[in-house]
Structures are given as structure tokens and as C-alpha cells.
Design a protein around this ligand. Structure first.
Ligand SMILES: Nc1ncnc2c1ncn2[C@@H]1O[C@H](COP(=O)(O)OP(=O)(O)OP(=O)(O)O)[C@@H](O)[C@H]1O
Length: 519
């Protein structure tokens, strides 16, 4: 980079790519400042990310580094959700660093908010972060619109966790004879894609038994918290949340329908361990989003359609997001392809922490599971299976919960799901406004961040809240105790540590039904 070359850098998920490009970028800008070579008609550095959530994350990380710098560099983030007036205001100055999405920068150029000629004059550096995802967010045309305005002298860095034809396409489009850097962990193969500290497991089960299996994993405490659960549709997310709620397992749902403030606060609250289970849809390419695009053209009335229209085209809450201390990632629904799998399980095992992933694979998902296994075997050049059968859940343990699970699953109707979905968006819109005002005044107060509030107000019967001792076989009891012991060994239940992480005092074991359960 110091030689002025473009760089394509590939490194595993969670390995610290953000600082890896921010540090040289800031160093270069500070050098230009010192030498009086900063041009001021447009931003000097452009950081392009695929989603709004990543804009916020990168902006936060860069701001934390800038606070440590002696020369003051100005950074702003702009996204398509902002009004033209706010974007103009943000870009006045102009800032030294602009964090944005390709769609937003293309819109700024086409609306004349930023002049192409000014970019050509001022831009010294461009970063394409999460480059493997940029094209999947339909950004190709936006990037092509930007190409004529990038000066030949601009140095570009492309960061990616996976290799793909999209990366090659982007490299050809935007970089000049780049230096390709593949960063590996010490002692590991060059092409490893999954961090070695993440153990991967799978469970074979029918699609209709998935609720039963996830209930067994969570209720019998066979997996380590915090848990991030992926589903492929918003309806599935609410079906699962309502189902778990009936067993006193509280969770929050993260999806494209929610206002941006709420999405960001849900991530913050989850990071601060205000709740342990987060159910997430991957991105805006869910079944509903595709449907919405068609429907919204036809009809703009009706509450369901209206809700769906609020799906955010720049949403991508999961990929690239730096979730803190997620121990287990569960694929309740399998991702559509191997790259999706890599990004999902990359939410655990970040910054060399230990993690695990568990995939529930139905016969209909066998094909994609095989593709994933092949990809891992090919890439990691291993003879052995990379994804092992999950050893801690016995057939007996699952069967002991079957009747309860089936009864409860039947009681969650499509109507309940639509109502819960509507209610959640309504709550979050209210929350979002309150939160905005509140956090402006009390930036450290996390009290309002209760995204796992009960969706129903019916009380939970004791036989669903607690699993009776006689239903739990000795093997499961042993496994559950082992998980608890390792949790204690990691200090996750230490009250001081909890306080540090943002738990309020008074939320003790006796007041929380989740914690009263004993296997
Ligand atoms: N040198 C370091 N030592 C310890 N932790 C670090 C270091 N550098 C970065 N981190 C932390 O590692 C975590 C992951 O970093 P980051 O989000 O940049 O990963 P990434 O490689 O971009 O992942 P992804 O591909 O999933 O986006 C962050 O919490 C970051 O603060």
C-alpha cells in the first residue's frame, strides 16, 4: 500500500479487516494533511459498504480512531434514508472521509449533490469493504456510474472474506493491477475460510421438526449463549419467536421491516447482553422482499402491504456486522448458498474468540448442505468432514419434548404471526422515536432497549416454562451441566462482568423466569 499500489485483501470473517484498511487510510490522509496536499472540493477518501448498518459500524470504528489523532480529520456517513437536504449539509465542508453505499453515492452524483469533477480532483483513496457482498446488493450499475469520476491517481483497497467471480468483476472494474494479499492465521492453510476457533455441527431433521429441535437445544441448555438464529423469512422469524415465548424463552427479531434506529439499537442491546437470543433474517432478499417489490408496484394500500413496503433496500443487518461475543450461530433455515453460510457463521468466533455453529438440515436442504461441505473440503483441503453431527442432543431428549412442542407449534397460527409482526413494527416505530430523543439526552442509558418484550400477554403455564426432571435423561443432564460449567468457567455468569456489560441491578435470578429453569 505504501508503494501506492491498489490492494485486494482477503481474510476470514472477524479477523479485523476494518482496522486493517482504516489504519493505512488514516495514516495516508494525515500525511497528505501534513504535507498540505489535501484537496478540498470533495471527500478525499470514500469507503463503500453494502449496507446501512455497516455504514454506521465503520463510521463508529473510524471515529474512535480519529479521536486519537492529533490532526482533526472530518468523517461523515450518508445513506439513502437521509433527505437530500441532510446529505448536502453532511457533505458541506467537505469531509475528508465519506462512508456510504454505492447506491447513495451514485444518487448524489446524479442529483448534482456532489460534482463528478470535484471527486476527480479530490479523491485520493477508495475502499470497497465487504466487496463480495457489494454486487449482490445490486450495486453494479451504481459502481459503474462512479467509475468515470475516479481519478487514475486514486489508490483503492478491496476487502473481502470470500473469493468469488463478483470479486474478480469488481477488481477489473475499479482496480489497476492490484497486489493480492491473502491473510491467514499463523500455521493455517492459505485458503481457510472459516476461523479454526469455530466448531461446526449439524443436525438432520425434518422441516416440521425444526421447532422441536431448537426447543430441545435451548430449553435443555445444550448450547452456549449468546445465540444468533438465522431464518429465511420474516414470518418464520415471528413463528419461532412466538413459539419460544410460550416456553418462557425470550428473544428479539431483527429484520428489514424495522426502522433503522431500532435495528441499530437491537444490535447494541444484543451486544450489551441485554438478551441472549436474537432471531435474524439475513438480508432484504427474503421471500417477502421479493414479493413486496412486485406488490408495491400494484397497490400501495392495506396494512400488510404497507408494512412490507417499508422493507429497506439497503438492509443487510447481519453480514459484516461485528456482533460481540456471539457464542453459537444456529441455522434454523439453511442459507441459500455456501457464501451465505460463511458470512452467517462468521458472526461467531470473531477476534479469535471461541464459537460454534449448528445447522438444522432438512431433507429439502440436503443439496445446499452438500454444496457447503464440498466448498469447505475443497477450500480447506481436508479429507475429514468439517461439519460434524451435533453430539450432545440425544433422540430421547428430543422425544421427551415432542408432544409439548407439537401442541405449542400448532397453537401459533398464521394470524398470530401477522399480528405479532404488525405489533412489533408498531412498537419499534414508537421505540425508535423515543429512543432517538432519549439517547440524544442520555447516550449511555440502555433502559429503553427492551426488544425482547413479550409479544403476547398470556401467562406461561408452569409445564411449558420448566421441563420436569423426569423428562430429562442422564446423558442430556450431563451435557447440559457441562455447557453450564464451561459457561461459568468463562465467567459469563459473573455478576460484576454482567454489570460491566450493561445489566441493570435487580434483574436477578428470582425475577427472571428464564433463569429459574433448572435442567
Ligand atoms: N488487533 C486486534 N486485536 C484484537 N481484536 C481486534 C483486533 N483488530 C480488530 N479487532 C476486533 O475484532 C473484531 C472483528 O473485526 P472486524 O469487524 O474488522 O472483522 P472483519 O474481518 O471485517 O469481519 P467480517 O468479514 O465479518 O466483516 C472487532 O470487534 C474488532 O474490534
Amino acid at each position: 500500500f505504501q508503494e501506492g499500489k491498489d490492494v485486494v485483501a482477503k481474510a476470514k470473517t472477524g479477523s479485523g479487516k476494518t482496522f486493517a484498511y482504516l489504519l493505512p487510510l488514516l495514516q495516508e490522509l494525515l500525511k497528505l494533511c501534513k504535507e498540505g496536499r489535501i484537496r478540498k472540493s470533495a471527500p478525499n477518501a470514500l469507503i463503500l459498504v453494502p449496507t446501512r448498518e455497516l455504514c454506521q459500524q465503520v463510521y463508529n470504528e473510524a471515529s474512535s480512531l480519529l479521536e486519537l489523532c492529533t490532526s482533526k480529520l472530518k468523517i461523515v456517513q450518508v445513506t439513502a434514508s437521509m433527505s437530500d437536504k441532510d446529505i448536502k449539509l453532511a457533505l458541506s465542508g467537505p469531509p475528508n472521509i465519506l462512508v456510504t453505499t454505492p447506491a447513495c453515492v451514485a444518487a448524489c452524483i446524479s442529483k448534482g449533490i456532489v460534482q463528478g469533477s470535484s471527486i476527480k480532483e479530490s479523491l485520493s483513496m477508495m475502499i470497497l469493504d465487504e466487496a463480495d457482498l457489494l454486487l449482490s446488493y445490486r450495486c453494479e450499475d451504481d459502481l459503474k456510474a462512479l467509475v468515470p469520476h475516479i481519478p487514475r491517481s486514486c489508490q483503492s483497497i478491496l476487502m473481502s472474506a470470500t473469493s468469488s467471480p463478483d470479486i474478480d468483476k469488481l477488481t477489473k472494474l475499479l482496480l489497476h493491477n492490484p497486489f493480492v494479499l491473502t491473510l491467514t492465521e499463523v500455521g493455517h492453510a492459505k485458503d481457510d475460510v472459516v476461523p479454526r476457533n469455530v466448531q461446526q455441527f449439524w443436525i438432520s431433521c425434518s422441516a416440521k421438526d425444526k421447532m422441536l429441535y431448537i426447543l430441545s437445544l435451548l430449553k435443555l441448555e445444550l448450547i452456549q449463549k449468546k445465540v444468533l438464529i438465522f431464518v429465511n423469512s420474516i414470518d418464520n422469524a415471528f413463528r419461532l419467536r412466538l413459539f419460544l415465548e410460550k416456553f418462557a424463552i425470550r428473544s428479539a427479531v431483527l429484520n428489514a421491516e424495522l426502522p433503522q434506529n431500532s435495528r441499530l439499537h437491537i444490535i447494541e442491546a444484543f451486544n450489551a447482553r441485554l438478551f441472549d437470543y436474537l432471531i435474524a433474517t439475513d438480508d432484504n432478499k427474503t421471500k417477502e422482499a421479493k414479493q413486496t417489490n412486485k406488490e408495491s408496484k400494484k397497490d400501495s394500500k392495506g396494512s400488510r402491504k404497507h408494512l412490507q413496503q417499508t422493507l429497506d433496500a439497503e438492509f443487510g443487518v447481519v453480514r459484516g456486522i461485528d456482533f460481540k461475543n456471539v457464542f453459537t450461530v444456529v441455522n434454523f433455515d439453511m442459507p441459500p448458498n455456501p457464501a451465505g453460510y460463511i458470512h452467517r457463521i462468521g458472526r461467531t468466533g470473531r477476534a479469535n474468540k471461541t464459537g460454534a455453529s449448528i445447522s438444522l438440515v432438512s431433507p429439502e436442504e440436503d443439496n445446499v448442505f452438500e454444496e457447503i461441505e464440498h466448498m469447505l473440503q475443497d477450500v480447506e483441503k481436508k479429507d475429514t468432514n468439517c461439519i460434524l453431527p451435533f453430539p450432545l442432543l440425544t433422540k430421547n431428549a428430543v422425544e421427551s419434548l415432542r408432544y409439548r412442542a407439537q401442541d405449542v407449534a400448532r397453537s401459533v397460527t398464521s394470524r398470530d404471526i401477522q399480528e405479532a409482526r404488525r405489533q412489533d413494527v408498531k412498537n419499534e416505530i414508537l421505540n425508535s422515536e423515543k429512543l432517538k430523543a432519549h439517547f440524544e439526552e442520555n447516550p449511555t442509558d440502555l433502559d429503553l432497549l427492551k426488544h425482547d418484550k413479550l409479544l403476547t400477554n398470556k401467562s406461561i403455564p408452569a409445564h411449558l416454562r420448566d421441563v420436569p426432571e423426569y423428562l430429562i435423561d442422564p446423558t442430556t443432564k450431563e451435557a447440559s451441566n457441562a455447557v453450564k460449567l464451561s459457561r461459568a468457567a468463562m465467567g459469563l455468569d459473573n455478576p460484576r462482568r454482567k454489570k460491566r456489560m450493561g445489566f441493570r441491578s435487580g434483574s436477578g435470578k428470582s425475577s427472571d423466569p428464564l433463569r429459574t429453569f433448572s435442567a
